[in-house]
Design a protein around this ligand. Sequence first.
Ligand code: NAD
Length: 473
Amino acid sequence: TPIRSANGNISDSKGKSANIAETVQRARDAFNRGVTRPVEWRRKQLQNLLRMYKENQQAMIDALREDLRRSKMEAILLEVDYLINDLTNTLHSLDEWVKPEKPSKPLVNILDEVVIYNDPYGLALVIGAWNYPLQLLLLPMAGAIAAGNAVVVKPSEVAVACARFVAEMLPKYLDNDAIVVVEGGAEETTLLLKEKFDYIFYTGSTSVGKIVYEAATKYLTPVTLELGGKSPVYIDSSADLEVTAKRILWGKFINSGQTCIAPDYILCSKEIQDKFVEASKKVLKSWYGEDPQKSPDLSRIINSRHFSRLQAVLDANKSKVVIGGSYDPKDKFIAPTILANVAPSDKIMEDEIFGPLLPIVPVADAYEAIKFINERPLPLVLYVFSKQRSIQKLFTEQTRSGSVGINDTIMFYGVETLPFGGVGNSGIGAYHGKKTFDTFTHKKSCLIKNFNPIGEKLASGRYPPYTEGNLKF
Ligand code: NAD
């Protein structure tokens, strides 16, 4: 794989390591020269990035189509517009966010200044995933720039067209020394992780997240790890099942289930299961027609490796399929599929599904569902569908997860005042809105004293020789 740095250098495999080291060093030098600190520089870069989004909307839509056969609507809604809105908000708030903070101070410091400076960490590394290949890479990158860092960005090699777009476009719009792209997969990322960074922001699987975390310990580099896992849904009998079906199925089948916050599986009673399946049949038919493969609105599976993985899961649980179940390897197409009466020991319940397969595991009641959830790794999101406040409260208070969505899926992700991130196996740290800026910012505390003789006299009790009379117990 060629590695293309922002100034257009391309190296063969032999020079990979040296090229990566040289590229990282160039970005670090830019930070050390103070290039990235001035707010005017940050604003200029972010304005250029916004222009890049606006001038290349069609190219972004085309790249997402090439990689995932993403529909135009989903490309705009979930990536292009999402990035534009986030950046517009950041530009609007930047002056406010960068201001040094003046926290309250105790009486003893009444004559002093107490300040928290919003300091950039230095050189940040942002590693993206393939499922939302633009949004998950460029949004944290913009946050790192807003906070005054130099950045190395590593797009996922799995989304080939989007990685190409990023590598070709960023150098045309952004500072070529302070913001650099390194292309490549596991080999190149392994080389990158040998370098020293001041912050690492990684999105992807939990297993690679552990590799990144381990690499970060070498230089005690702080990290954000945006990982995955099986996000459960609980439906109780008070939920409006028609609306519930629409909200769950939309969250599951956008991008053909290749969404980190997609509902992974449903827990509900057998009675609700049957009603949910009936409601789902109608919804899916009205959305995707008799033959979903002909629908223009369903994405394809990213590559044949992931297709084979999903096919094996589906084949192993074929007898449980109640809706869908068909697939076409040539087209990397899998029909929206629902499986009922799934047992906890079935293959589909082993790992995060990350595809258009939705299993339902019957449980007796909310307590059994909570026990089920609490026996497993902490999920990225937990979804609850119920009109009853007491049930909503029961789940939010008695389970742990990165976020909770009540009576809807996915939509919480778009609320910029809600920090987004996992907990335990689903990740470390969070971002979105101001939290993205804060993630790439070191809060540097500072006490500023003066030489006022009154202040000196008031604090003189700290000097030897110590007299107990000066201590107040
Ligand atoms: P991926 O295969 O694109 O990998 C992610 C990144 O890690 C890529 O840039 C890749 O080049 C790099 N990488 C892969 N193997 C590596 C290795 N051995 N050493 C170093 N780097 C390596 O994406 P993925 O991991 O398949 O992504 C899917 C997972 O990501 C799912 O579990 C999903 O839930 C999770 N995810 C989480 C979020 C979130 O925001 N929390 C968002 C999207 C995806």
